[in-house]
Design a protein around this ligand. Structure first.
Ligand code: ADP
Ligand code: MG
Length: 337
């Protein structure tokens, strides 16, 4: 089922949590709402779910106005960061809970629960209690429970946020596969840009209650629409025009130059349009080498090199080199101060 968010605003007291949000979520897609804490991601998810009423604007589900539908009528499944399972019920009973409330016949419940436990790869663990599972397994049970009622839409609010990095990474891949299998329209909230890029077909970047950009992960990274998106998605150097990183005629005095660390060419000898710099530090991360450079203007610039380039250049701390951006972005329509 597709969802249309049409000009939705929401205040809490004098605070504007959502500011005229317009968004199209296609049937069967997996969309990430990405933004810093407080940007309105959870509020938007809750408005879609019907847990929160918008001040103005509408939510359409499959083209039908669902703005005033109660939560249950929307047939949406949820998983939250701390979606506590019922402690005194087994995993099987937890997953069956919503189906029994909906008065499914016993035999159908049994089949559906086994099917779901298989889907979330917890087939053998139905008789355990939540306390006997790991955090990652518990979130998979929560997903199975959310999917049990065959929701039209799955809403996930930082579902892996409380888990450690390794488990989180595994669960992202697992979620992708699960989505390919069940194809249910899914909205996934995260503040972690890598997670958003890895999991979703489409990323919605939010900031201060507004949408900054909607696009495929690669588009958002390669063609950021705003300075916020460029800074939030991936590492970036933000330099004043006076840093001298670009020739004066190529940049207005009031511009900021946004430069990705891997878009910096380092040369031992002077070449056209390269500026002199001194190497401050070199950090080895195995697959990538991070080099901190000091420009003559006193500005620091971070460059990331492949292992190959680094070996070829044989860089050493305090060495004098020349640097040239391969690609930069300025956002002349934005005023910087
Ligand atoms: P995010 O999920 O992106 O971190 P939220 O949507 O939870 O952001 O919140 C956006 C802003 O709205 C936050 O500053 C938060 O404090 C505020 N907010 C959210 N829910 C409420 C509420 N029920 N009452 C008052 N303020 C709220
Ligand atoms: Mg939130």
């Amino acid at each position: 089922m597709g969802i249309t968010v049409d000009n939705v605003s929401k205040h809490f007291g004098s605070f504007q949590a959502l500011d005229r949000i317009n968004l199209e979520i296609k049937t069967g897609s997996l969309v990430a709402l990405l933004g810093p804490s407080g940007s309105g991601k959870s509020t938007l998810l809750r408005v879609i779910a019907g847990l929160e009423k918008p001040d103005s604007g509408n939510i359409y589900v499959s083209g039908r106005d669902a703005t005033h539908d109660p939560v249950q009528a929307r047939r949406m499944g949820f998983v939250f960061q701390h979606y506590a399972l019922f402690k005194h019920l087994t995993i099987r009973e937890n997953v069956a809970f919503g189906l029994e409330i909906n008065k499914w016949p016993k035999a159908r419940v049994k089949n559906r629960v086994e099917e779901l436990l298989g889907l979330v790869q917890l087939g053998g663990l139905g008789d355990r209690y939540p306390s006997q599972l790991s955090g990652g397994q518990r979130q998979r049970v929560a997903l199975a429970r959310a999917l049990a009622i065959q929701p039209q839409v799955l809403l996930l609010d930082e579902p892996f946020g409380a888990l450690d990095a390794k488990v989180r990474k595994d669960l992202r891949q697992w979620l992708r596969h699960l989505h390919e299998e069940v194809q249910v329209t899914t909205v996934f909230v995260t503040h972690d840009q890598e997670e958003a890029m890895e999991v979703s077909d489409e990323v919605v970047v939010m900031n201060k209650g507004r949408i900054e950009q909607v696009g495929k992960p690669a588009d958002i990274y390669d063609h950021p629409a705003t300075p916020f998106v460029m800074s939030f998605i991936g590492p970036v150097n933000v330099l004043p025009a006076a840093s001298g990183i670009l020739p004066k005629e190529k940049v207005a005095a009031s511009d900021r130059v946004f430069l990705r660390p891997h878009d910096i060419l380092i040369q031992p000898e002077a070449i056209e349009e390269a500026v002199p710099a001194q190497i401050n530090h070199i950090v080895h991360l195995g697959w990538e080498i991070q080099v901190e450079l000091l420009l003559e203007s006193g500005q620091i610039v971070n460059a990331h090199l492949s292992r190959e380039d680094y070996d070829r250049l044989q860089l050493t701390p305090r060495q004098q080199v020349y640097v040239k951006p391969k690609q930069v972005k300025t956002f002349p329509e934005y005023a910087f101060n």
